[in-house]
Design a protein around this ligand. Structure first.
Ligand code: IPE
Ligand code: IPE
Ligand code: MG
Length: 239
């Protein structure tokens, strides 16, 4: 749960960045061109978060299911990730942005992991803004690995089964320090969560826009924030 009240700017925004392929197809371009333009949208949204005072931004970049895509597309996505990390390093340092990842990052190619770990390490002391990339991420996988870790703790006598409550489960998620998202945005109109942050979004406000991710910028972000601020968050209470 979060302590945000109605009218506040969300503390944590999570985004399912969808529609890169459609954006490219509409222009007769290769899908990777859509992914490239999508990287520009990340830059714009990161800046917009700063302007609006949104401290936490979590982006669904690659799902655990996305590995079934054709090899050339997967390879292009990996190259793009490395390029993004190199190009954004200065922005992250200048603005004291801490980078984290969630997901099975062990699935990423070695070189990509190396680049990632370097930036994660270099920015680990920053608290200006928090950028989290979901890479090879699956919500069910995250919960399953939390269950496995709890079982290990019980097995080794460090935890009693009776002590397993919501907090105990949450503590075994990939980045337990992150607050739950207040607002979940999905671009390109699909009304589904596609295995993203299943545990953490239990009380997130949902915002789906038809705008494709490469066309999503500061103006669209402002629209989502405005919509969020008009919501009446009840958390199970009454009006
Ligand atoms: C989102 O765009 C980016 C990733 C999933 C990596 P898509 O590639 O899913 O684009 P569409 O949904 O096919 O348009
Ligand atoms: C969700 O988009 C994953 C990311 C944005 C990384 P997908 O395009 O993979 O999701 P589905 O297949 O439409 O559910
Ligand atoms: Mg898609």
């Amino acid at each position: 749960m979060t302590d945000a009240v109605q009218g506040d700017v969300p503390r944590h925004v999570a985004i399912i960045m969808d529609g890169n392929g459609r954006w490219a197809r509409q222009r007769g371009l290769a899908r990777i061109k859509g992914h490239e333009r999508g990287a520009e949208s990340i830059r714009a949204v990161l800046r917009a978060c700063r302007e609006f005072g949104v401290k936490y931004l979590t982006l669904y970049a690659i799902s655990i299911e996305n590995w079934i895509r054709p090899k050339p597309e997967v390879k292009a996505l990996m190259n793009l990730l490395v390029r993004f990390l190199r190009q954004e390093a200065k922005e992250l340092h200048d603005n004291k942005i801490r980078l984290r990842t969630i997901g099975r990052t062990e699935d990423l190619p070695k070189q990509v992991r190396k680049e990632l770990l370097k930036v994660i390490d270099e920015t680990s002391g920053y608290t200006g803004q928090h950028l989290t990339l979901a890479l090879s991420y699956g919500g069910r996988m995250e919960i399953a690995q939390a269950a496995r870790q709890l079982a290990e703790l019980v097995k080794s006598g460090k935890l009693e089964p009776e002590q397993i409550d919501e907090n105990a489960v949450a503590a075994q998620l990939y980045e337990p320090e992150l607050p739950d998202p207040d607002l979940l945005i999905r671009t390109s109109g699909e009304m589904r969560v596609s295995n993203f942050l299943l545990w953490q979004i239990s009380y997130a406000e949902l915002y789906v826009t038809d705008v494709l991710w490469p066309d999503f910028g500061e103006k669209e972000f402002a629209g989502a924030i405005e919509d969020y601020r008009s919501r009446d968050r009840r958390f199970g209470g009454h009006e």
